[in-house]
Ligand binder design. Structure first.
Ligand SMILES: [Fe+2]
Ligand SMILES: [Fe+2]
Length: 157
């Protein structure tokens, strides 16, 4: 699969989880815990494959995206720390929903910038064949993704 299509599919899957969370009732704590755990898994793996494979390849193919890539890494940093906090927070805690709302806002902003502001430049610079090869590498790399959000390199930077 084309690497950018793969990343967009991930974005869609996470957006679906955000919507599910938003629809869950105030007292659906068990359900919310499950959704948030899935968000943590999905986003940790997604940030991992972007940082290990896509971002470096994008910078190489389209050097003008450098600032976008650097900003994206900083956004990952904030998101990964929020995920690590959500992992240890009781859904009954009054801060749980608030933290999830801020995480959702951050991720939506980040995804919009990736898809609108700089992925198109990368697509143009790479072309179809290179994008498919990159998609294969990312699908492989997903198996190496860590469980803990803080093990993704940008969390530490
Ligand atoms: Fe990203
Ligand atoms: Fe992304």
């Amino acid at each position: 699969m084309d690497g950018i299509v793969l990343l967009r599919e991930d974005h869609k899957a996470v957006e679906k989880l955000f919507k599910e969370f938003e629809r869950a009732g105030d007292d659906a704590q068990e359900r919310k815990r499950k959704i948030v755990d899935e968000v943590i898994r999905e986003l940790t793996a997604h940030a991992w494959i972007e940082e290990q494979v896509f971002y470096p390849a994008a910078r190489k193919a389209a050097p003008d995206t450098k600032d976008h890539v650097l900003e994206s890494v900083e956004e990952h940093h904030a998101v990964l720390w929020m995920l690590s906090e959500l992992a240890g927070l009781d859904p009954a805690d009054e801060r749980f929903d608030a933290k999830m709302t801020v995480l959702t806002e951050n991720v939506r902003h980040h995804v919009e910038e990736e898809e609108r502001d700089w992925f198109p430049e990368v697509r143009k610079a790479m072309g179809r064949k290179q994008l498919v090869a990159l998609g294969e590498r990312m699908a492989e790399e997903r198996h190496n993704a860590p469980e803990g959000p803080l093990e993704v390199p940008s969390a530490d930077a």
